[in-house]
Design a protein around this ligand. Sequence first.
Ligand code: CTP
Length: 435
Amino acid sequence: MKKVITYGTFDLFHQGHYNIIKHARELGDYLIVGVTSESYDIERGKLNVRDSLAQRMENVRKTGLADEIIVEEYQGQKLNDIIKYNVDILALGSDWRGKFDYLNKYCEVRYLQRTKNISSTMLRSAGTIYRVGIVTEDGEDHGIVWESKHVSGIHVDSVFSRDEETARSFCEKYELNSYWNDYDRFLEQADIVYVKCPAPEKLEYVDRAVREGKYVISDSPISEDSGVLRELFHRAEERRVVLVEKIMPVYLRAFNQLVWLIHCNLIGRVISVKCSISRDVFGGGNSFDETVVHGVCAVMKIMGQSCGDVSCNAVSDDRGEPVYKVITMKYPRALATIEIGSGLDVESGLTILGDGGRIHVPGDWWNTGYFEAKLRGNEFLKRYSFNFEGNGFRYLLQELMIMIRDVRTECTRLFYEESEALADVMKIINSQSDG
Ligand code: CTP
């Protein structure tokens, strides 16, 4: 009996999928079809899949051509499957030509002609494409245009800047469709607005975009006044639009898993959270406040909002610019410290110490797919690793698109209440900074 195997995501099942399965079946007597799992697709950077795994497997089953359907869960599984199922032929579409020749040692590799003019990508893009407009005062996109290409249903289309020349050169550099220095007209043509500019204009731009019923992403903090934020969120709910803050870790799988594990008592009762950020590697041209907000948010996600006492000490340079800040947040039986340096050799990292062990995220912890745990009574490190691609912005965009699709206005990664508590802490910190 000749066994054939083929693989795919088979999202929005189409004629091309049917054809390749049929042609693969014709090559032998028994056909195994491997369908990619959701986590594998995310891991390999395919963030735009619409159908669930169950749906995609059901669609393959309905062809009546597959003798067996399996799930493809990790890179390298193909070789394991070939050996495990004693496969004679691996069949793949011609778009993969040459890519799997190394498996010729184990079975015959056949590349079958792809069906022309159809793909899941084409079908996905036939739906609504949301046009993103960027509000900026500088000429850098900080990777956003590139990141957006990894999320389906979204296209960075325009840019607004008060300074026409900044807008024009930004538009040219990133090959956008239009640039504007009239905010009202800019808003008319955008569906999603990303406000990436300093305070106080940031708040005004966010507010006007929400009033016009636009979905909004904003650098954080939007405002240090929790009352103002509450009103903004209220207005966003009324207009049925999403307003999300760009605080990277909350959108990342690794950070969320870390928080869940701590809340599930992995390291016992938390005694201390310590995080350090070197602004120089933080990237994104962020202000001191935007850097601080990441540390405060991480602490609040881990420790909750019942922070009793916040204090901040800063060291400034000759021009009065802060170069070093240490923020301490006191909890009933725990202490959190956030250390931020600018132009100094601060070693970035996040360590959470519990009475049953510790968790450590080395390096740029706000943008990573990795952390490790050392549990009491266990001499070995337990390592957790998740795929992390690009600069992480795609994960925020993906969350936004899921919210739009599900017609949800409040982000479950960062609840309104958490944003407001964060603003209160930021206000205290800034009132205490003597820099
Ligand atoms: N395939 C094909 N003809 C098409 C589309 C896909 O023969 N027009 C084949 C692929 O070469 C692959 C299998 O079908 O061997 C599964 O492909 P998949 O990546 O799931 O489908 P695509 O439509 O290519 O998806 P996407 O646009 O997301 O890349």
